[in-house]
Design a protein around this ligand. Sequence first.
Ligand SMILES: Cc1ncc(COP(=O)(O)O)c(C=O)c1O
Length: 271
Amino acid sequence: MLPTIGSKELITLLPTLLESQKVLIPKIAYPSYQVSGLVSKSEVVEVDIASDTWPDGDLAWVNTPSNPTGRVHSEAELNANIAWARSGARVLAVDECYVPFPDSKKPFSIFSLTNGDNRNIIAAHSLSKRSNLAGYRAGFIFGDPKIVNQLLEVRKHLGLMMPLPVQAAMVAALSDETHVLEQSARYVARRKVMASALVATGFKIEFSEAGLYIWCSRSEGDWELVSWFAERGILTTPGSFYGQAGKQHIRISLTATDKNIAAAADRIRQG
Ligand SMILES: Cc1ncc(COP(=O)(O)O)c(C=O)c1O
């Protein structure tokens, strides 16, 4: 296991540190995977989760539950991703930062599928999500000891060590599950309030099975939808921020307070 200064720095630096020439990223994804390829000047290929369609490559990013879609990838899909990584000298990096937040589906770590065999795989976690510690910059990876050690060796020369007080805060946060369960219950309740208002106003919700987001569409394009919500005082994210495949969708975050989520849902219902 290796602490990271949040998970974003690890994500954006990983292909550089592993000297990956070709990086596979999800078609609809958190933008830092794309940025990681720009930083390392690697070839970036956008792929679906089904790895029988994946080309050759050195590194593949998978994000479950996904930001922005809230999709929880299936055991069969993740097992196929593992097989892809192990069919060569490849790395499967799984961003699991939303695993602590189940809803209609229960997310699970890639390592629940590997029977203790960590070869070719690392998983990234973030306390920004699990414990709302975004300002602390606290994350960690674990998995294949060869990869973790290789990263440790280079990262210490880059000064990417986590300050001791942040490590202590991380130990305290990771030693407690109560706050995670409380926060998780809040997201479930907020999703219910928001989803029923959206459905009543003609929106179609896709995936949104876990994590912090609702991924939805109506007949308009993403920016028209963003404007529709903005006119009602609600800030949403256009789906095209996450790749061209997202341009008919928007992402709604469930991180506002319960009171503001309820007020936003009322305004949506008024049409
Ligand atoms: C999928 C995903 N991974 C990683 C991060 C980065 O989180 P942090 O750098 O705060 O750990 C985010 C933040 O939004 C995210 O959505």
